[in-house]
Design a protein around this ligand. Structure first.
Ligand code: ME8
Length: 522
């Protein structure tokens, strides 16, 4: 088991047949928000992402462009790496399945499993979904008119000699796992889907192919066979940890994925891990704590697809970043995204609406008011440190609410609620009216301290999403210590930081450009 203060989160590793799009940036951003909050709490976080390279569609996409597979994979892996930097993702490692450290790990695991009989040579015939690189069971193929349940492309009939993984042995252990750990699959509705499918029965799954060229990991001892891309891919979560200095992160706290790849993560992956642990008799490959499957973004009300040409691509995302700032995009992902079981619509008009109401008019405007009043009525300084009377209890009430998602992404919305409470308090106490009479000055100072201090607490909830602008707020109010701790990926002390009274008496609030200027569509 990993120690209580370590936290390991992963995203899927993404196919390098093409460039990143909104779905990839979304999952990485949500994982990033979770990772940052955990670092603030004081956990030692390991955040992994990377690329899945040995798929046949990577070979096809490269040959369509007249490129070598390696060159195309390198180019796109580079595009993912760069995109994650551009969108503020704080991953600790980036693994590529074409790396030697990964390939050797996969070979070793497969040999171990062959030795125990969990992997064996057999004959397979079935319906293959080329677009998803997976076989579809007969019943599911029929149900979907022999088309891909995901992409609707026709399935093809394939027969081959394959190595198999003895998944059929793991129905019982899987059901026991789901019973023992109620958080194993999240959200709840996804767990029920998984349980339903396991109860229909688990058949052994092919884990190698022949005749598909030489791009991939060869089966140890039988080089005619290549290891099926999904087995290769899932093992990234372990190969990246297979270093003495990293093993204590195991098992993964959360594998964050979307619903399209739930089966692989919620059933095949843990079964594989149980088989590996059996083969090696070691503990470090125990099953993950949680597989969290979010839903899909659709675009302006329609499913995104290559054929409709309506994918929100990197260029568009950069456009949002340039116009509204990176924080605005991260905030939209965090508060409006398909984190639960419903798909989410990414529409420009909704983006602007949320930006103006939550960021410009609430988060940005509130800070602006506090600073302006402090400068106008108190020469820019918080002269009187007081308790949180009239506001503190409300902040505590908001902070104690559990967000709807088990990942804690919903805490970002708590920050917005806190700021709304500050606005309500200003409305109620009317410091701008009180300030007209000099005899109220101490009262005004108290009110403004409460506002600034509450804003400071809210900023800690908002920071995992609004990393740039809340860092700016901290630097305008002398709170460099947070920045220092978090910049170096150190562990914060959220509990202490969110206690009342973090702003010291005499703190100067500096003016600066609006955090989120109101956006008016030309
Ligand atoms: O499946 N909305 O890679 P992939 C939200 N290599 N998220 C989306 C999305 C959408 N419309 N479309 C994609 C693979 N995603 C395998 C994974 S893991 C061992 C191997 C995100 O490039 C979401 O996270 O097709 C989804 O699970 C993932 O991209 C699929 O990425």
């Amino acid at each position: 088991m990993n120690s209580d203060d370590s936290f390991y989160i992963s995203t899927p590793i993404f196919y390098v047949n093409d460039r990143p799009h909104i779905g990839h940036i979304y999952t990485a951003t949500i994982a990033d928000i979770v990772a940052r909050r955990q670092r603030m709490i004081g956990r030692e976080v390991f955040f992994l992402t990377g690329t899945d390279e040995h798929a046949a569609k990577v070979v096809d996409a490269a040959s369509d462009r007249g490129l070598s597979t390696r060159a195309w994979a390198d180019q796109n892996a580079g595009a993912f790496r760069k995109a994650f930097q551009d969108f503020g993702i704080s991953n600790d490692d980036f693994i590529r399945t074409s790396e030697q450290r990964h390939i050797e790990f996969v070979e070793k695991v497969v040999s171990d499993l062959e030795a125990t009989g969990d992997v064996y040579l057999g004959q397979y015939e079935g319906w293959y979904d080329v677009s998803q690189e997976e076989y579809v069971p007969e019943s599911r193929a029929k149900e979907h008119d022999f088309c891909s349940p995901i992409t609707r492309k026709p399935l093809v009939r394939r027969a081959e000699e394959n190595y198999f993984f003895r998944l059929s042995e793991y129905s019982k252990p899987m059901l026991e796992l789901l019973e023992r750990n109620p958080d194993f699959v999240k959200p709840e509705a996804r767990k029920n889907e998984v349980i339903g499918r396991i109860k229909e029965g688990l058949a052994d799954v092919p884990i190698s192919r022949t005749g598909g060229g030489d791009w991939g990991v060869r089966f140890p001892g039988n080089p005619k066979h290549m290891i099926y891309v999904w087995i290769d891919a899932l093992l990234n979560y372990a190969s990246a940890i297979d270093l003495d200095r990293r093993r204590h992160y195991w098992p993964a706290t959360v594998h964050l994925i979307a619903k399209d790849i739930l089966w692989f993560h919620a059933v095949i992956w843990p079964s594989l891990l149980m088989a590996i642990s059996k083969a090696r008799g070691n503990e470090w490959l125990s099953v993950p704590n949680t597989v969290y499957a979010h839903s899909f973004w659709i675009s302006e009300g329609q499913k995104m697809s290559k054929s409709l040409g309506n994918f929100i691509d990197l260029e568009q995302l950069h456009g949002y970043k340039e116009r509204f700032g990176l924080d605005a995009l991260r905030f939209f992902f965090a508060t409006q995204g398909p984190l639960d079981t419903m798909d989410g619509d990414f529409s420009r008009s909704r983006f602007i609406e949320v930006y103006n109401s939550d960021l410009a008019n609430t988060v940005g405007n509130s800070w602006n008011r506090i600073v302006n009043m402090t400068r106008r009525y108190c020469a820019g300084r918080l002269n009187r440190k007081v308790d949180g009377e009239g506001l503190g209890a409300e902040l505590e009430r908001i902070a104690s609410k559990k967000p709807q998602d088990s990942l804690g992404v919903g805490y970002v919305s708590h920050g917005v609620e806190m700021i709304k409470a500050i606005d309500g308090y200003i409305q109620e106490t009317q410091p701008f009216k009180l300030a007209k009479d000099a005899s109220n000055s101490s009262q005004v100072e108290e009110i403004l301290y409460r506002c600034a201090e509450s804003y400071r607490i809210a900023s800690l909830y908002l920071w995992p999403a609004l990393t740039e602008k809340m860092t700016e707020v901290w630097s305008r109010s002398g709170l460099f210590s947070y920045t220092e701790v978090l910049k170096n990926r150190g562990s914060g002390d959220l509990e202490q930081w969110t206690a009342w009274g973090g702003l010291s008496e005499g703190t100067e609030l500096l003016e600066g450009p609006a955090l989120f200027p109101r956006y008016l569509e030309e």
